[in-house]
Write a new protein. Structure first.
Length: 560
C-alpha cells in the first residue's frame, strides 16, 4: 500500500475510531472500538506493525537502555545543585521519593507494553485504552519536547569539549549533530550496541566515584582527612532556602530539590518506546521493568547519599554554571581531597552521556511521531521506513530542528533557547501524569471486564492500583507547586512562572480542541479493547527459552 493511500485512508478516518495497521499487504481498516470489542482481528491487525520493523534490540539492550535512562548529566553534574539547595538529607529524601514514584511509572508502561508491544509508548496506550484526544495532546507535547531537547544535548556535548580545547562551538554542534543523525538512520541494532557501551561506561563511573567517595569519607585520600558525617552536622542536613529562616526555609529547600530529581529521572519511562523493534518484548520488557527499582536504589539513591558525605552544601563551587566536569560534586570532592586525575575521567564519560541522551531522544522522538502517524494524529508520511526499518522521515524532522543548537552562539537567541528548554522540563512531569491516568484506566478496565491480570497478562505490576495512585498524587502536587518561588515576596520571575505553568493551558487547549473537533469520547471501562490483545498473546506468547546462568552469568544482575 502506498504512503499516499495510507494518508488518504487516515484522513478519512471517522472520529473516535482506532486505526489498525498491517504494513505488509492488508489495507488499513477503520474499526469502531465499541462494535468490535473482543474481536481478535483487532489486536492481530495492530500487532502486524511489528513485522514492518527490524527486531534489532535484544534483552541486554533493553535492560541497559532502561538503566541508561536514569544515569546522565543530571547525576554527574546537577546533583550538586540539589545538595546546595536542600542539603545532604533534603536531596537524599527528594531523590528517594521521586525514585519510588517513578518506579510505579516504569511498572505501568512495562505491563501495558508487554501486552501491546507497539512503537510510541504511552501515546499508543492512551489511544487504545483511554482517549484518542489524550494521545493527541500528549503526543505533540512530547514531540515538542524532543525537538528542543535533542539540540540541547548537542550543545551540552559541545560545551563539555571546552574542558580540553576551545574553538568555535558551531564546529562541535555540527559534528555531534551529524553523528546522532547517522546513528538514528542505521539499523536499530547500531543504536542498541552504542547504548549498551555507553551504559557500561556510566555504570563503571558510578561505581568508581562511589568507591572514591567512600575512600575520601574514611580518610584514605591524599589529604588523609576522615570526613565521616561532618557535613551533615556543619553546615547541617538541610539548607535554608530563599532567605527564609527556620523549618519553613528548610522545607522550601527540600521541595526545590524535587526539580533536580525530576530532571535526573527523565526518560526512565522509555523502555517501551521501541517495543516493536524489540525481540521477545513480552519477556524483555517485564524484566527491565521489574529490576528498575533496585537499579534506582543502587545507582541513584546511593550516589546522592555519597555526594552528601563528601561535599559541603555551602561549597561555592556547587552552583558554578560550567556545564563541564568542574561542576560535578565528585570533582569538587576529589580536588578538595587532593586527587588530580578524576576531572578528565568524569568529563569523558559525561560527554558520552550527552551523546547517549541525544541518541535516545532521536529514537524516542521518531518512534513517538511514527506512533502518532499510525493513530492518524500526524501526517502519514512519518510512517515511511527505510530499508533498515527506520522511520527516516520522522528522524529527518528532528534532524532539521537540530539547527536550534546554533541559537546558543548568539546571546539574544540563547536566551530564547533557554526559555524553550525551561518549558520542556515540565513535559516530563506531564508525561508521567498521563501514563498514570492511562494505566489506571487500563487497570480498572481489566477489573470491569473480569480479567485476572496476574493470570492472563504477560506480566502484572505489583501493588496496584495503590502505588500508581500515590505517584499520580505526588506528580500533580509537584506540577502545581513547581513554581512556588515566584509567588514569594520580592521573588517574582516571569521565566520561572511561564516555564512552570505554560504547559498546562497548552495541553488542555490541544486536548479540548481535538476532542471537540473530532468528537472523540473517553472509552467506557467495559469497552476498552483489552481482551483481544490477551487472546493474541495467548495464541502467540513469543517466549524465548532463558539462557542458563553459568560462570560469570551467575553474578550478572544487569541484563541476565
Amino acid at each position: 500500500m502506498s504512503s499516499a493511500s495510507i494518508g488518504q485512508a487516515q484522513s478519512n478516518r471517522p472520529s473516535g475510531d482506532a486505526v489498525y495497521i498491517d504494513r505488509k499487504e492488508s489495507e488499513i481498516t477503520n474499526c469502531d472500538v465499541e462494535k468490535h470489542n473482543g474481536d481478535l482481528d483487532t489486536a492481530t491487525a495492530q500487532l502486524e506493525e511489528i513485522h514492518a520493523f527490524k527486531q534489532g534490540l535484544h534483552q541486554r539492550h533493553i535492560q541497559m537502555i532502561a538503566l541508561a535512562g536514569t544515569i546522565g548529566t543530571g547525576l554527574f553534574l546537577s546533583s550538586g545543585r540539589a545538595i546546595a539547595t536542600a542539603g545532604p538529607l533534603g536531596a537524599f529524601l527528594a531523590y528517594s521519593i521521586i525514585g519510588l514514584a517513578v518506579s510505579s511509572v516504569v511498572f505501568a508502561v512495562g505491563e501495558m507494553g508487554a501486552l501491546v508491544p507497539l512503537n510510541g509508548g504511552v501515546i499508543r496506550y492512551a489511544e487504545i485504552f483511554c482517549d484518542p484526544a489524550l494521545a493527541f495532546a500528549n503526543g505533540w507535547n512530547q514531540v515538542y519536547a524532543y525537538i528542543v531537547s535533542i539540540p540541547s544535548e548537542i550543545v551540552a556535548a559541545a560545551i563539555i569539549i571546552e574542558f580540553w580545547v576551545t574553538i568555535n562551538n558551531a564546529i562541535w554542534i555540527t559534528i555531534f549533530g551529524i553523528l546522532m543523525l547517522v546513528t538514528a538512520l542505521l539499523f536499530v541494532r547500531v543504536y542498541g550496541e552504542l547504548e549498551f557501551g555507553f551504559s557500561m561506561l556510566k555504570i563503571m563511573l558510578v561505581v568508581g566515584i562511589n568507591i572514591m567517595a567512600l575512600v575520601i569519607t574514611c580518610g584514605g585520600a591524599p589529604n588523609n582527612t576522615a570526613i565521616g558525617f561532618t557535613y551533615w552536622k556543619v553546615p547541617g542536613p538541610f539548607v535554608q532556602y530563599l532567605g527564609v529562616t527556620g523549618s519553613l526555609g528548610r522545607f522550601l529547600g527540600f521541595w526545590k530539590a524535587f526539580d533536580n530529581a525530576l530532571y535526573s529521572y527523565s526518560g526512565i519511562e522509555n523502555i517501551t518506546i521501541a517495543a516493536a523493534e524489540t525481540r521477545n518484548p513480552r519477556r524483555a520488557i517485564p524484566m527491565a521493568a521489574k529490576r528498575i527499582f533496585i537499579r534506582i536504589l543502587l545507582f541513584y539513591v546511593l550516589t546522592i547519599f555519597m555526594v552528601g558525605l563528601v561535599v559541603a552544601s555551602n561549597d561555592p563551587n556547587l552552583l558554578a554554571e560550567t556545564d563541564t566536569a568542574s561542576q560535578s560534586p565528585f570533582v569538587i570532592a576529589a580536588r578538595n581531597a587532593g586527587i588530580k586525575v578524576v576531572p578528565s575521567i568524569i568529563n569523558a564519560v559525561v560527554l558520552t552521556s550527552a551523546w547517549s541522551s541525544g541518541n535516545s531522544n532521536m529514537l524516542g522522538g521518531s518512534r513517538i511521531l511514527y506512533g502518532m502517524a499510525a493513530n492518524g494524529h500526524a501526517p502519514a508520511v512519518f510512517m515511511r521506513l527505510n530499508r533498515f526499518g527506520i522511520p527516516y522521515v520522522a528522524v529527518a524532522l528532528y534532524g532539521i530542528f537540530m539547527a536550534l543548537g546554533y541559537m546558543t552562539l548568539s546571546s539574544s537567541a540563547s536566551t530564547v533557547f533557554t526559555w524553550m528548554q525551561d518549558i520542556v522540563s515540565i513535559s516530563t512531569l506531564v508525561n508521567w501524569i498521563c501514563i498514570c491516568i492511562v494505566y489506571l484506566r487500563f487497570l480498572y478496565g481489566c477489573r470491569k471486564q473480569g480479567i485476572d491480570r496476574h493470570q492472563e497478562l504477560p506480566w502484572a505490576a505489583p501493588l496496584q492500583p495503590y502505588t500508581t495512585w500515590a505517584s499520580l498524587i505526588v506528580f500533580i502536587l509537584l506540577f502545581f507547586t513547581g513554581g512556588y518561588s515566584t509567588f514569594m515576596k520580592n521573588n517574582w520571575s516571569t521565566e520561572t512562572f511561564i516555564s512552570s505553568y505554560l504547559n498546562l493551558p497548552l495541553i488542555v487547549f490541544v486536548y479540548v480542541g481535538f476532542k471537540v473537533y473530532m468528537k472523540t469520547k473517553i472509552l467506557p471501562l467495559d469497552q476498552i479493547p483489552i481482551r483481544p490483545f490477551i487472546e493474541k498473546y495467548q495464541q502467540d506468547p513469543d517466549i524465548e527459552e532463558p539462557k542458563v546462568n553459568v560462570g560469570w552469568r551467575r553474578i550478572n544482575i544487569l541484563w541476565s
